[in-house]
Design a protein around this ligand. Structure first.
Ligand code: GLU
Length: 547
């Protein structure tokens, strides 16, 4: 067979050579040890936690080493592509602080190693396709769907491994005449790799997460180019990661089964093999057993979920770090205020079997993260969230910024800051009562007569002076308690509750409920200070009027 002639026949339009491409995309001028890596998501419109795990791992590896992180859009599967998905992808990753040095952007591509969208790289793949054909390493296959199904059925009946290999590789050694005839008839074809591997052979391979692997050679003549001339993932991976000068491929371990083929393909193309970082799936506990997070069952897999709930990016980021690197939590304890970038991230610390995702733990981390923010920062992030997910609440917040910030400042800044908020969604139930529109009428404990409550509130109004400090304020509450025959001696009350009609805690609760509508609130003295004299009095008076 004249492979040169076949290559010319299949790819007459290709005039570039691999050497020209090598020259166009030279080795990067990167410092010794710099990691050049990428995120290569498919624009399906669904951006998930796995993307973030992979993005964060690649981002840390690249930027920690003075390397480069780029974004390549793997859009070869036009059927799965959702309009606008690339933008969603870029925005979501940006929202999570994954900054790309080059690659696809909203306004086209940026960088010298593009195009960064695979559909725009068809011409480049064809250069290598032509090379492989001219060397006898790839060939056209004209099998129809029916022929392929018949092949599979036969293999299944014979209890053999299914696939296009060995004696089943129908077009592997066909004559030029046969190929010509098919081409003349205008029949569609795919380009297949001519595998020289054997499943009898194994070799050792080192993965940065999985460790030492024993790999069995690939013997399948996998498809390189589909009938529309667009490459499969495998072929595009080899060509792109070579020409873009990727040193480390960080990706999900669902690609491990085809790694033998990838290794073989890099060799066939004369490319240096990059290092591989195969990340295990995200797992969760389901009863007593672990399972993979699933798109269908687990809403928390989608990144949009965290945004809508109102998890601050910092919290999600911090949590992902804790599940990726087991020493991160210790580091955080030792360096409570350090920026996460100061942590030395290592792919070797990733759990090869996959990380366990624990929602309750994320909530805890988030509470901590929010408790350490300044009131101003909480205000900014909460408002940004509310503008998108609760515009009415956003209006309240922005209507009087100082008021909102002083509410958010309650219990902040000390050694033991309050941890009321885990997500921005918690903010309205926590602080809504400050706004008259969200204030609810109190429902008092029916152990107490309305008259008693009314008396307490009236007495409170008489004695109330906003200039009091909190100690005086509380002394007044205690005085009212005694005046109405309730006790301030909680010990005595606990010893014999039947001896007293009520306590100072009940009296405080009446006032709290009148001011906030609820039985729980942050420190009432502070709440009233923030509300101010008039609004506090108005609220108490309004409740008195209902009693
Ligand atoms: N497009 C592939 C995916 O989304 C990329 C895998 C890779 O990073 O190489 O799974």
């Amino acid at each position: 067979m004249d492979y040169q002639a076949l290559a010319q026949l299949l790819f007459p339009e290709v005039t570039d050579t691999p050497d020209m491409l090598e020259e166009r995309f030279p080795l990067r001028n990167a410092p010794e040890g710099a990691v050049i890596t990428r995120m290569a998501p498919s624009p399906t419109g669904f951006v998930h936690l796995g993307n973030l795990v992979q993005g964060l791992t690649s981002e840390r590896m690249a930027h920690q080493s003075g390397g480069v992180l780029f974004l390549r859009v793997e859009d070869t599967d036009a059927k799965r592509e959702v309009p606008g998905a690339v933008e969603v992808l870029i925005d979501t990753l940006k929202h999570y602080g994954i900054a790309f040095d080059e690659g696809a952007t909203h306004d086209g591509d940026s960088g010298n190693y593009g195009p960064y969208r695979q559909r725009q790289r068809a011409g480049i793949y064809h250069v290598y396709a032509k090379k492989l054909v001219s060397e006898g390493q790839a060939y056209p296959c004209f099998c129809t769907e029916e022929e392929l199904s018949a092949m599979r059925e036969k293999q299944e009946a014979n209890k053999e491994t299914t696939g296009y290999y060995g004696q089943y590789a129908m077009w592997r050694d066909r004559s030029m005449e046969d190929i010509q005839a098919q081409l003349t008839a205008g029949n569609p074809w795919v380009l297949r790799f001519r595998s020289t591997g054997s499943i009898e052979n194994q070799f050792k391979f080192d993965d940065l997460v999985k460790g030492k692997l024993t790999i069995t050679e690939n013997n399948v003549d996998h498809v390189l180019l589909k009938s529309d001339g667009i490459p499969t993932y495998h072929f595009a991976h080899a060509v792109d990661d070579h020409l873009m000068r990727t040193t480390h491929v960080v990706r999900g371990d669902e690609w491990l089964p085809t790694l033998p083929f990838h290794i073989q393909l890099f060799k066939a193309l004369g490319f240096k093999l990059p290092k591989y970082v195969h990340i295990g799936p995200l797992m969760k506990m389901d009863g007593t057993s672990k399972r993979k997070l699933s798109k269908r069952k687990d809403p928390e897999l989608a990144l949009t979920f965290y945004k809508a709930e109102g998890f601050p990016v910092k919290a999600v980021y911090e949590y992902i770090m804790t599940i990726l690197n087991s020493n991160f939590e210790d580091w955080r304890r030792a360096n409570p205020d350090a920026h996460t970038d100061e942590f030395k991230f290592s792919p070797k610390k990733l759990n090869p079997a996959g990380s366990l995702f624990d929602y309750a733990k994320l909530v805890d981390v988030s509470k901590n993260v929010i408790s350490k923010m300044s009131a101003e920062e909480v205000y900014e992030l909460l408002t940004e969230w509310a503008k998108e997910f609760d515009p009415e609440f956003a209006e309240k917040l922005t209507g009087d910024k100082d008021f909102a910030v002083s509410i958010l400042a309650i219990g902040r800044g000390g050694k033991k800051p309050r941890k009321d908020l885990a997500v921005w969604k918690d903010a309205k139930p926590y602080m809504g009562f400050f706004y008259d529109d969200y204030l609810e009428l109190p429902v008092f404990d029916d152990r107490f007569e309305n008259d008693v409550i009314k008396t307490v509130l009236e007495k409170f109004l008489v004695s109330y002076d906003p200039a009091d400090d909190s100690a005086v304020w509380f002394d007044k509450v205690k005085a009212i308690t005694e005046e109405i025959g309730f006790t301030t001696d909680m010990k005595a009350y606990k010893a014999d509750p039947t001896a007293f009609p009520g306590t100072v805690a009940d009296v405080s609760t009446f006032v709290r409920q009148a001011v906030t509508g609820q039985t729980n609130s942050p420190d009432l003295y502070t709440v009233m200070q923030i509300l101010g004299k008039e609004r506090s009095i108005e609220r108490i008076q309004a409740v008195i009027d209902t009693l």
